[in-house]
Design a protein around this ligand. Structure first.
Ligand code: ADP
Length: 449
């Protein structure tokens, strides 16, 4: 076994392309060449023993014995001699094959073994050389056929006694041989050309895909940079805006308290409007600040017991639930290994909305569910509140987009935008299904890993 492995390793290192080379057709042609030698050589050596015995001791055909030895040595040299380019090794192998076939043709006639050998020499030739040389075996067969015919016709050689070397038989068999070789030369390269086309197409596709991936990566990089800049901008702007706003509010308060005797009712009302506006602006700035901070905190994964987490949320909203006669229901929830803060924030925001957008005269019923969905965890928060029209399903996730004014329901339109951003940082999805007047279900998924 080890001997065989060493033997094949030596031949492969001499006759095949290095393993790290691109596996194109030239690579496989050389691989095939190495395999032909690997299997041909032991066969030749085994066949040499009876061949030598018969040719030397029985038939006394010493020339045949010498040609046998020379051609087999040629194949062995091809296999083991280091430092010869693969191209020349192929030429040596094919030449040895043709010499052996000619010797057989001379001694035993064109039929039988000689015919098989010259055929296989042609096949090896077409397989191991590039398609542009595919028709060479036809010319080689033609030359060999013509030379033998001339030798026969002019009786130039001392023909062996036994085999029939009639010119008619020779021309008949030789013309069939040339036709078959022509067929091989035309058909085998079709297979290689087809394979080459497939390989080229694959390579082109791969290149195109690589190009697309590269441009996608570049776009992603730019987007990420823009996103970071935006976040930075929102953070700095909202942070810096707070100070002047505080000044406006405090001077408005001073104006109201110190000049209360000077101001008439309309003046006081105007100041009140200005204070209201400043307060709203302050809230918006705080929301913007919160939004820009989403996903910035580094956190490690921990065990998240969703039963405890939802119980905590229930406690948090205990007062509002009691006021509205509402209930928060949940089945048995799983324990996950994940980021606790964003999951808590998401569920809190959704439960808070479910309570806020409950329907007048109907006690809120909020149900929290969680379960596995393939590679993700899927959560849902269902309510029996006012519901949302389908045309607003996307809009509600945009920052500061609200479907109601402040007098109907308090808020600034930040809650769902924060949820969406949290989900994006977790690489999950969030969506809603709802029916006006009946209620809504908010779903979100987060990948397990
Ligand atoms: P806010 O509650 O401050 O307005 P959100 O981003 O949380 O901001 O919600 C955006 C809009 O989506 C809300 O104005 C509301 O119209 C709608 N919405 C959110 N949750 C629900 C819900 N559970 N039922 C009905 N409408 C909702």
């Amino acid at each position: 076994m080890r001997l065989w492995r060493n033997y094949t390793n030596i031949i492969r290192s001499n006759c095949a392309s290095p393993a790290n080379q691109t596996h194109d057709l030239a690579y496989w042609r050389n691989d095939l060449f190495a395999s032909i030698i690997i299997y041909l050589l032991p066969f030749c050596l085994i066949a040499l023993v009876p061949a030598l015995y018969f040719t030397v001791f029985v038939l006394q055909l010493y020339a045949v014995a010498i040609i046998d030895l020379v051609t087999i040595s040629g194949v062995a040299l091809t296999a083991f001699l280091p430092g010869i380019p693969i191209k020349f090794r192929k030429i040596i192998l094919i030449t040895c094959n043709y010499i052996f076939a000619c010797m057989l043709m001379y001694y035993v006639g064109i039929n039988g073994g000689a015919f098989i050998f010259i055929q296989s020499a042609g096949i090896f030739f077409i397989l191991i050389f590039p398609p542009r040389f595919a028709y060479w075996p036809v010319f080689v067969d033609l030359i060999i056929g013509a030379l033998f015919a001339i030798f026969l016709y002019l009786d130039l050689l001392p023909w062996p006694k036994d085999p029939q070397h009639s010119l008619g038989a020779w021309i008949t068999v030789m013309s069939s041989l040339i036709f078959l070789t022509l067929l091989k030369s035309a058909l085998i390269p079709r297979l290689f050309n087809g394979l080459q086309q497939t390989l080229d197409q694959q390579k082109q596709l791969q290149l195109r895909l690589q190009g697309k991936q590269l441009s996608l990566q570049q776009t992603m990089g730019k987007l990420e940079q823009k996103n970071n800049e935006m976040e930075q901008f929102a953070y700095v702007a909202s942070h810096d805006l707070q100070e002047p706003l505080r000044m406006i509010t405090s001077f408005l308060a001073n104006l109201e308290s110190r000049y209360t005797t000077v101001l008439d009712d309309r003046g006081k009302q105007y100041i009140q409007f200005a204070v209201d506006g400043a307060q709203r602006m302050r809230q918006l700035i705080l929301d913007l600040l919160e939004f820009s901070r989403v996903g910035l905190q580094e956190e490690n994964k921990t065990e998240v017991n969703l039963n405890e987490l939802v119980t905590g949320i229930e406690l948090l909203f205990h007062k509002q639930l009691e006021e509205k006669n509402g209930v928060l229901v949940r089945g048995e929830l799983p324990v996950l290994y994940h980021y606790k803060t964003p999951i808590t924030q998401l569920l809190q925001n959704l439960v808070s909305n479910a309570l806020k957008y409950s329907k007048e005269g109907r006690p809120p019923r909020i149900e929290v569910k969680a379960g596995e969905d393939g590679e993700s965890w899927q959560f849902s928060v269902t309510d029996n509140g006012i519901g949302i029209k389908p045309e607003y399903f996307d809009r509600i996730f945009i920052i500061f987009q609200r479907l109601h004014n402040k007098s109907e329901y308090s808020g600034t339109g930040i809650g769902l935008a924060v949820c969406k951003k949290l989900i994006e940082t977790l690489r999950g999805k969030i969506w809603v299904s709802s029916e006006v007047g009946k209620g809504s279900t908010f779903y979100f998924t987060i990948p397990k890993s």
